[in-house]
Write a protein that binds this ligand. Sequence first.
Ligand SMILES: [Zn+2]
Length: 126
Amino acid sequence: MKHGSPIKNINMKPIYKFNSGNGAMLCNSCSVIISTGKKTSALLCSKCLKTYIYEYPLKYEEGFTGKELSELLTKLLIVKEKFFENLGVHTGMVIEGNSITYHTDVFTATKMCYEDRDSMYWWEFD
Ligand SMILES: [Zn+2]
């Protein structure tokens, strides 16, 4: 089974489980522990999140239109304001009047939302 792919059309909910007194967030797709401690809105581990984003059905293979991005964020339970804050200034392109956001930028910004980080680690810059 490929990470992330079978769950495309299912409405995901955060999975929070207790294990010997410690709470943990589990991935909706592969059930690995995403984080321990406090409850978050994270639905997928970063591997499954990556597959989910890269295999998301899109009009243009280059990346996400604004509408697709907005649908994706709703499915992933990500607050739009936070996402765009994390996305920051990024490169993109315009196809037939649609501004396109690349998969890599979408993945980095959604991952940051799930991990609740304010800035990128150095290895995430390309
Ligand atoms: Zn997973």
